[in-house]
Design a protein around this ligand. Sequence first.
Ligand SMILES: C[S@@+](CC[C@H](N)C(=O)[O-])C[C@H]1O[C@@H](n2cnc3c(N)ncnc32)[C@H](O)[C@@H]1O
Length: 216
Amino acid sequence: MTNRPEPAPAGSTASHWRDVYATRPTDEVSWFQTEPRPSLDLIRAALPQGSAGGSAIDVGGGASPLAAHLVRDGWFDHVTVLDISAKALETARATAQDPAGAIRWLHADLLTWRPDRTFDLWHDRAVFHFLTAPSDRAKYLATLREALAPGGTVILGTFAPEGPTHCSGLPVARYSTDELAAELGGDFTPLDARTQVHHTPAGASQTFSWLTARRR
Ligand SMILES: C[S@@+](CC[C@H](N)C(=O)[O-])C[C@H]1O[C@@H](n2cnc3c(N)ncnc32)[C@H](O)[C@@H]1O
């Protein structure tokens, strides 16, 4: 386990995100949030009553403060933040208060990474929707199944059908909550489905679909 990002993955996806985070302040990117809502609300709702501890992974967590909230509030003993951008991870790490070292900052490409442990929660805001090739979605879902413990919870947030066609200059696949449930397949039970409008720093509105589901 490390608090420092690990060596850089190769490839065009990595260079795209390296350039994005090198050229744009993290509080000006379209997905910036001062507070990670509705993620915090959805995670709290999915936690078993009175539970604390357990483990979570935020895939493509970027510079989001979500992991810091999760350990600060004692909801999880361990959180892995995985991202293809080392700069984004460094930004998040620099502001996270984590004296116990509960957060692992993992520099990796989600599509080639092999989980080295399991997690009780898998959280993804605005990453799955970049996977426009069926083969990439299949890899993602295989990794999700490998990483998520039986009975674990997955929370996926993607652009909704009425949302933007592109994010960060890349084309995206858009989903209704029913379509997200179908992507996950029959071994997941949907617990919560909602839409949310995100307001970007530039003043645009983006509709997201959010699905929470439990693995059987
Ligand atoms: C739109 S941003 C969302 C960031 C974060 N989830 C949030 O809500 O603030 C997408 C993030 O996914 C990361 N990403 C894109 N493709 C990835 C991949 N194949 N493996 C790991 N991270 C990836 C990017 O570096 C970026 O930080």
